[in-house]
Design a protein around this ligand. Structure first.
Ligand SMILES: C[S@@+](CC[C@H](N)C(=O)[O-])C[C@H]1O[C@@H](n2cnc3c(N)ncnc32)[C@H](O)[C@@H]1O
Length: 241
């Protein structure tokens, strides 16, 4: 079991800031006060969001498929210990993690990299306690689809995003096509697939966020979509959907 990210672990680690903790105001707002809470960080990579949460007092378990990124995460933990426990594992099942074990579950900038969305969301629901919460962030499927581009308006010189192949769900690839220059692909799904799969897993949406980006194009349309929600009472009462 390995991840595409094993091949780009060094570049990815540097790109997201090596040992620094995540600095993302939308994530901060959506996760809220996590002090004393047990939080599972699914697809944690080199651990930037795990470090942020542990720094705010959470007891964090990070899981990822990439041994190489986990190596980086453990090195960062050794340099600056925050009590984070990192495990090699598959988000599709979260095998080895107990049912009803966590107050919160986070999947930051990773859902589009995970092949089996249904398996991953059901597994997140399984490990959450009955009143558990979750926070997700991923590339906005309406504006990052397999055939997107940019055109310049000749009149006001503003840049416009073009979107194509929105209904082409599945793996798409191409160096630089997905993000930065990293040669990794991603799984495209429509917005309705995301929402309906969350619903099927018993995960209820409380809030959506589409933050303004920091380049002109991403101030016109959202690059990222964030979701905060909770485990449905029906789901936890009947032992999962
Ligand atoms: C874009 S990286 C994000 C990593 C980290 N959350 C961050 O924001 O830096 C996507 C991550 O998803 C992980 N991943 C992909 N499929 C996975 C799976 N089935 N189980 C666990 N992790 C997976 C990759 O190994 C990679 O670390």
């Amino acid at each position: 079991m390995r991840s595409e990210y094993d091949d780009v672990a060094t570049e990815y680690d540097q790109w997201v800031g090596a040992g620094s903790a995540l600095d993302d105001s939308t994530f901060t707002e959506l996760t809220g006060d996590v002090a004393g809470q047990e939080v599972c960080v699914v697809a944690c990579g080199q651990g930037r969001e795990a470090r942020y949460l542990a720094g705010r007092g959470a007891v964090v378990t990070g899981v990822d498929l990439s041994e190489k990124l986990l190596e980086r995460a453990r090195q960062h933990e050794e340099t600056q210990p925050l009590g984070i426990s990192y495990r090699h594992g598959d988000a599709h099942t979260l095998d080895g993690l107990a049912t009803d074990a966590f107050d919160g579950a986070v999947c930051y900038m990773s859902l589009m990299d995970i092949p089996d969305l249904d398996g991953a969301l059901h597994s997140m629901a399984r490990v959450l306690r009955p009143d558990g919460w979750f926070v997700l962030s991923f590339t906005h499927p309406c504006f990052k689809s397999p055939a997107t581009g940019e055109i310049v308006d000749h009149v006001d010189k503003s840049v416009r995003r073009t979107v194509g192949k929105y209904f082409a769900e599945g793996y798409w690839d191409g160096p630089g096509a997905h993000r930065s220059a990293l040669p990794v692909g991603a799984y495209h799904r429509t917005l309705s697939t995301y929402v309906n799969t969350l619903n099927a897993a018993g995960l209820v949406i409380d809030q959506l966020r589409e933050p303004l980006g920091d380049t002109p194009i991403w101030r016109e349309v959202p690059q990222l979509l964030y979701i905060r929600g909770h485990l449905s009472a029906v789901s936890s009462a009947r032992g999962g959907i």
